[in-house]
Design a protein around this ligand. Structure first.
Ligand SMILES: [Zn+2]
Length: 311
């Protein structure tokens, strides 16, 4: 079902120009990385951004996000809710340490996993949840009657200096125009506010092993795949500084790599024999986990940023 929808999307005409320079660092060093689901993804030789080139059109994205695929995704979110709520509690702690209370806008809330984590932690924020998907917003309204729910694109909100915290969990990779997104966040945030977000980290253990076979290569849903370093470049270019950046949950890298070595002969064939054996050893897994956290090389990166003062 999902495959058919994505192929329909890829067959729509795409009038977007193919980029010859990197959307983040402007380097001209762009090389083909992989083709998936009828879309080409390129990689910047300078900052490492992996991006859909050309980017999908608004019409393609509209079809993709209003397809059965989205219902399928909401169902997946419901099924994995408990397991993922655990992962979000650390994110709540990080934000509370920087901004203990105030107005919080969560962009791309889906069915509310972060809202649930805030509730469980009894975090005293005045919460607004924003999502493009109508079905997700309906479910949010049923579960959390006392929060503000906005069924729209965050860039269409006309507020200024309205929020102490803006969060965006595992959503950045879906956004085509990252400069426009950051201009929106800057406008919505108070001058002393914080912007906290997570996204896949391609400078990670799981990406080093999986490469162009990684399961997160998912155009036109994932259009920009970043890493710890080019996130900093992107933020600075758009008037933000980084307060904190970390990669949590290295156990997810390890379990994904174990699964991949078992199921993908291409990846197994190009992975060193020592690593293939060692990674099955619980002691090695513990050491590797510590190392990945220390070096910020786990597959999901959380960044807390703050807006530079207006000049
Ligand atoms: Zn670049």
């Amino acid at each position: 079902m999902m495959l058919r929808t994505v192929q329909d999307v890829a067959q729509l005409p795409n009038s977007n120009a193919k980029r010859t320079r990197c959307p983040i660092c402007d380097a001209p060093d762009i090389a083909h990385f992989v083709q998936a689901f009828g879309f080409d993804m390129d990689r910047c030789g300078d900052c490492g951004l992996i991006f859909c080139n050309p980017y999908p059109t608004a019409t393609q994205l509209d079809l993709y996000y209003n397809s059965e695929m989205k219902d399928f995704e909401n169902e997946f979110f419901r099924e994995t809710f408990e397991a993922r709520a655990m992962l979000f509690s650390k994110r709540v702690e990080l934000i509370r340490a920087l901004k203990p209370s105030g107005r919080l806008l969560d962009i791309g809330s889906a069915i509310g996993i972060f809202v649930e984590s805030l509730r469980r932690a009894q975090a005293p924020y005045e919460i607004t949840a924003c999502d493009l998907n109508a079905a997700a917003c309906e479910q949010l309204a049923q579960t959390y009657g006392d929060i503000e729910i906005l069924n729209c694109d965050a860039k269409d909100l006309d507020q200024h200096n309205a929020y102490d915290v803006v969060t965006m969990w595992d959503t950045l990779e879906h956004i085509v125009d990252l400069d426009e997104l950051l201009a929106t966040v800057r406008r919505l945030l108070r001058p002393d506010g914080i912007f906290a977000f997570s996204t896949p980290n391609t400078d990670s253990f799981e990406w080093l092993v999986a490469g162009n076979r990684h399961v997160q290569i998912l155009p036109p849903g994932h259009v920009n795949l970043l890493n710890t370093k080019n996130i900093v470049r992107l933020l600075e270019k758009n008037g933000f500084g980084v307060r904190d950046q970390m990669t949590l949950n290295p156990s997810l890298d390890i379990s994904y790599v174990l699964k991949l070595l078992d199921s993908d002969p291409v990846v197994a064939g190009r992975t060193d024999a020592f690593l293939q054996n060692a990674i099955k050893d619980p002691e090695f897994q513990d050491m590797l986990s510590d190392y990945l956290v220390q070096k910020r090389m786990a597959g999901n990166v959380v960044t807390c940023a703050f807006p530079f003062p207006e000049t």
